[in-house]
Every structure is written in C-alpha cells, then in structure tokens.
Design a protein around this ligand. Sequence first.
Ligand code: IMP
Ligand code: MG
Length: 177
Amino acid sequence: MNSDIEKVLFDQDQLNKRMDEMAARLNKKYEGQEPIVIPVLNGAMIFASDMIKRLTFELTIEPIRASSYEGTSSTGKVKITQDVKSDVKNRPVIFMEDIIDTGRTLKALSDLMKERGAKSVEVISMLDKPETRVVDFYPDDYGFKAPNEFLVGYGLDYNGLYRNLPYVGILKQRVYA
Ligand code: IMP
Ligand code: MG
C-alpha cells in the first residue's frame, strides 16, 4: 500500500462487484436508446472506462471537463473548461463522476444538459459523500457511500496525484496539513 494512505476503503474487488451491478441496471434501461455517456474529467476517467466496458448498448462517449475544486476545499464555482462536442438535444445523457461532494458540479452540469434539450439526464457516481452536500442534488446511482474524509485513488486526486491507485483510500492528514 502507498505510505501516504491512512486506510483503504474500497478495493478493486469491491469496486468490480458494484460496477457489475450498476452496469446491469444501465444495460436493461438503455438498450436501443443510444445515450451519450459523459465522463467528468479528470476524476471519473478510471471509473468511467471500467463502467463503459461493461455496457452492452450502443453509445457515444463525450467527456466534459469541469472544475470547482482547489486543494482540499471546494471553491463553490463550477467552470466548464472543456465542453462536449456533439449535440445532446433529444439524446439521453449519462454522466459518470468519481464523487459527489457538495453536489454543485453535477447539479450545474445536469441543469446545463437539460437546458440544451437532452431527452433525459442521469448521474452515476463511483462514490457519494452525502454529509457535505450543499445543494439539493443526488446521483441516480452510486457505488459506495463515502465518509467525510479526503479520499484519493481510482481517479480521485490530491493536487493531481494518486489517481492511479487501484483502490479508494483515505489520504493521511500529514500529506495536506
Ligand atoms: P462537488 O461539486 O463538490 O460535488 O465536487 C465534486 C468534485 O470534487 C469531484 O469531482 C472531485 O473531483 C472533488 N472531490 C470531492 N471530494 C473529494 C475527495 O475526497 N477527494 C478528491 N476529490 C474530491
Ligand atoms: Mg472531479
């Protein structure tokens, strides 16, 4: 284990099992619908690529890049720094995210796609951190409920590092204190 990690919360086996379950539900729901899958970069890239490989329906992938976070605290502003390139009008949209924290990012992105005329919008997140929610937003499905700690791994970073860890863990406080 990486020495900056206090504790492993969800390992690859646990994540695989939940991703199988989440994908099974999507596979029933979206057959024949040809949705646009929107991974929210960079954090969702690992989770989304694992999820997408499990999907059996026709789909297109259009990443989006948004940021509302610097260091370990949310700034409250959501900025789209790379937008989707195709028209979402009348298409179902499935966002894939690493973690829902304050809820601001996915609330803003969901509202935007509804404004653009998406047929439906759903949000799938690897983790949900409900204790720190500040806007009224809940993902349609999530892998695991996360405690109010700073987590890294499986796409989650601290200043760009630790995304490659094949598990989700709690970062030791001495790393960011
Ligand atoms: P929200 O808009 O507050 O829901 O922010 C969600 C974004 O904050 C996620 O996409 C993550 O990039 C980041 N984030 C929230 N909690 C953590 C964490 O514990 N570790 C790493 N990134 C986090
Ligand atoms: Mg993110």
